[in-house]
Design a protein around this ligand. Sequence first.
Ligand code: K1U
Ligand code: ZN
Length: 171
Amino acid sequence: MTIRPILHIPNDVLRKVATPVETVNDEIKTLIKDMFETMYDAPGVGLAAPQIGELHRVIVMDPSKEEDEPNPIAMVNPEITWASDETWVYQEGCLSIPEYYEDVERPVKIRVKYLDENGAAQELEAEELLSTVVQHEIDHLDGKLFIDYLSRLKRERVTKKFQKIAKRAAG
Ligand code: K1U
Ligand code: ZN
């Protein structure tokens, strides 16, 4: 297993639409293992494959609290099949936009269908934190970031900050 570098904005890969996985083969199983290792190391509660430069429709999450047992969940080709009209607001972060947190309003409950790490079809009903994390990660698969839900002013401010950081790093 390998801890992989996490891409930060304004990397173009983060704005691309990821491709559905045809078969959950050994390559995808290794990708899932690398993603869990990268997510736990960061640390984070979720990670989408494009965040490590892999344009496959794969996400991993662990919504458990520190004091609880780990609850790793991997989803291949996840699709939201139902979302509640009721919403809630959660302060989101993103490993591709380090140290930036803002409130985002999303459906409080969702149903999601997906393939697990063995290629078996699954369906899960999620609420509150897990619902938010699944939606945030599926957005990554569609090239969407949580800052896209913010005002233009906030989005432009944070984007400019990370553009400057990238320019400095490039020398
Ligand atoms: O997809 C990502 O960028 C990971 C992101 C997931 C997420 C967090 C909060 C709301 C929606 C989606 C993160 O994990 S950011 C880091 C974070 O939330 C965290 C880090 C350490 C301990 C607890 C939380
Ligand atoms: Zn993110």
